[in-house]
Design a protein around this ligand. Structure first.
Ligand SMILES: Cc1cc2nc3c(=O)[nH]c(=O)nc-3n(C[C@H](O)[C@H](O)[C@H](O)COP(=O)(O)O)c2cc1C
Length: 215
């Protein structure tokens, strides 16, 4: 099948878009309101958008508590969602009244941040501390929040030989519909960037193990 998005074929009972842009990392966004009350919610329209400086974005469908809090305070955390934390992550997505603390409602302990007021999920193996850069209204009712990462928490147990052992974290991701994925260590593989010859005409095989140089 091949179609314009305005005319989805009857064979597709649900919009396929999010099932195709998958897996999407989950930004588990912590914020505080103007009275200092904590808020937590998962966002899968979430990703890194630069690394110098490190910046992330998430997109809010309408004006949700996280967006309002971040506009007012200028700060938010992104905790990493793991398979072990999947139930709490899901519970924290409940549409509770503004000011109700989803950390508490979902039974998740908070841990303090280093540079900003919003806490992170204590049990998460890592979290990013972000300062709001700017928001951007998209066509429709979505608003994208861009944040600069100013501090990072990583559980020391997740660092092996100077690198984050991402494959050991069992990170979960959002697929389409109500489906999720989990990254297992066995799924991780290394591909070195191709090296070109001095005259730019041929490829040379890169070394088998990554030499630690980004190309
Ligand atoms: C895994 C997951 C991903 C989600 N991703 C988004 C998203 O990208 N954008 C969005 O607006 N809502 C998303 N939601 C729904 C919000 O988490 C939900 O509306 C929540 O109540 C918002 O909380 P807040 O008002 O405290 O910000 C997601 C929910 C789940 C479970």
């Amino acid at each position: 099948m091949h179609f314009d998005v305005q005319s989805r074929p009857a064979a597709l009972r649900h919009d396929p878009f999010k099932a195709l842009v998958a897996p999407r990392p989950i930004g588990w966004i912590g914020s505080v309101d103007d009275q200092g009350r904590a808020n937590l919610a998962p966002y899968s329209f979430f990703n890194a958008v630069s690394d110098r400086p490190p910046m992330v974005m998430f997109s809010s469908a309408g004006r949700k508590d996280s967006l309002r809090n971040i506009e007012a305070s200028g700060e938010f955390t992104c905790s990493l969602a793991t398979h072990a934390l999947r139930e709490g992550m899901n519970l924290s997505s409940a549409a509770l009244a503004p000011g109700v603390d989803e950390f508490e409602a979902a039974g998740l302990d908070k841990a303090p941040s280093l540079r900003i007021r919003p806490p992170r999920v204590a049990a998460a193996p890592a979290a990013l501390e972000c300062r709001l850069w700017r928001t951007l209204d998209l066509p429709g009712s979505y608003t994208v929040v861009f944040g600069e990462v100013v501090a990072i928490y990583i559980d020391d147990a997740c660092v092996k030989d100077g690198r984050v052992d991402t494959g050991a974290l069992r990170l979960i991701s959002r697929l389409g519909y109500m489906d999720y994925g989990v990254l297992e260590a066995a799924d991780v593989f290394t591909l070195n960037r191709p090296l070109t010859s001095d005259d730019g005409r041929s490829l040379r095989p890169p070394p088998a193990d990554w030499d630690g140089v980004y190309r």
